[in-house]
Design a binder for this molecule. Structure first.
Ligand SMILES: NC(=O)c1ccc[n+]([C@@H]2O[C@H](COP(=O)([O-])OP(=O)(O)OC[C@H]3O[C@@H](n4cnc5c(N)ncnc54)[C@H](O)[C@@H]3O)[C@@H](O)[C@H]2O)c1
Length: 262
């Protein structure tokens, strides 16, 4: 008889030996994911635009005896996507888990958004997820399975309180893409899920809220009465990426302190 989950995982690390690619890992939620997945046995490839930040995260992980391969790349450029997947497979010989985390938004007023800016945000938050997932799925299929976790947002479920319509549209797109990929890739034993953070204490967002003086006002809208921690989002990603979530696919996991309950 097959051992049950707690027998298989007793004393084990949650992603032991798994090859994990995380985008946007030099800061914020991506950095927290990198540190958490490394502590749980992953062999990491971490991607970011920021070379220095990436180097620091790698050194921190390697200093604890874990593996991390830094890849400096821009996920919104198609040729960089090939460079990223090529780098991971050259070094590790495959890929098991993809965390599509890198992303961001701008707070531009609706009437002031140019087509160029619209395309830039859609490219960064949505097209990159499609391209990276497509390439990863090719590798997963040959290996008999894999997992994709996409960072959407509370904005994708509803409306962004801090960024523009292009951000909301791109993150809603990520949820549709997640569901559709989950449906068509399930037969290849590939699970695809999304995490939808609310207001989380990444440095970038905290700086923006401080500048606008809206921090306290936003906290009042959160039933748990506080801003979320990057580690709390990383923990959701780890759960979805691990065998604990073996029967979960096409889901969107909210991590928003109760700000939006649907
Ligand atoms: N922080 C929040 O409150 C919050 C809420 C909802 C959703 N999210 C989503 O979570 C993800 C991470 O957010 P965060 O707040 O940690 O962001 P962050 O800005 O703190 O970090 C993002 C990282 O991605 C990197 N990056 C940006 N563009 C890139 C590109 N083109 N190629 C490679 N790397 C790139 C940045 O250099 C940075 O290191 C994003 O997708 C974001 O939309 C965050």
């Amino acid at each position: 008889m097959k051992p049950c989950i707690w027998e298989r995982l007793a004393g084990a690390k949650l992603v032991d030996g798994k090859i994990v690619l995380i985008t946007g890992a030099a800061a914020g939620i991506g950095r927290a994911c990198a540190l958490m997945f490394a502590s749980q046995g992953a062999r990491l490839a971490i991607v970011d635009l920021q070379e220095e930040g990436l180097k620091e995260v790698c050194q921190e992980i390697q200093g604890k005896g874990d593996q991390a391969l830094p890849i400096v790349a821009d996920i919104s450029r198609q040729r960089d996507i090939d460079h990223i997947l090529g780098g991971v497979t050259d070094v590790y010989g495959g890929l098991d888990i993809l965390i599509n985390n890198a992303g961001g938004g701008l707070a531009t007023d609706f009437l002031a958004i140019t087509l160029e800016e619209w395309n830039r945000i859609i490219n960064l938050n949505l097209t990159s997820v499609f391209l990276l997932s497509q390439r990863a799925a090719e590798i997963f299929r040959k290996r008999g399975g894999g997992v994709i976790v996409n960072l959407s947002s509370q904005a994708g479920r509803s409306v962004s309180p801090t960024a523009g319509v292009h951000y909301t549209a791109s993150k809603a797109g990520v949820l549709g893409l997640t569901r559709h990929m989950a449906r068509i890739l399930a037969k290849d034993h590939i699970r695809v899920n999304a995490v939808c953070p609310g207001i989380i204490n990444s440095e970038r967002l905290m700086k923006r809220l401080e500048e606008r003086g809206t921090r306290e006002e936003i906290i009042k809208t959160v039933p748990l009465g506080r801003i979320g921690d990057v580690d709390e989002v990383a923990a959701c990603c780890l759960f979805l990426a691990s065998d604990l979530a073996g029967y979960v696919t096409g889901a969107a996991l909210d991590a928003n302190g109760g700000s939006l309950m649907i």
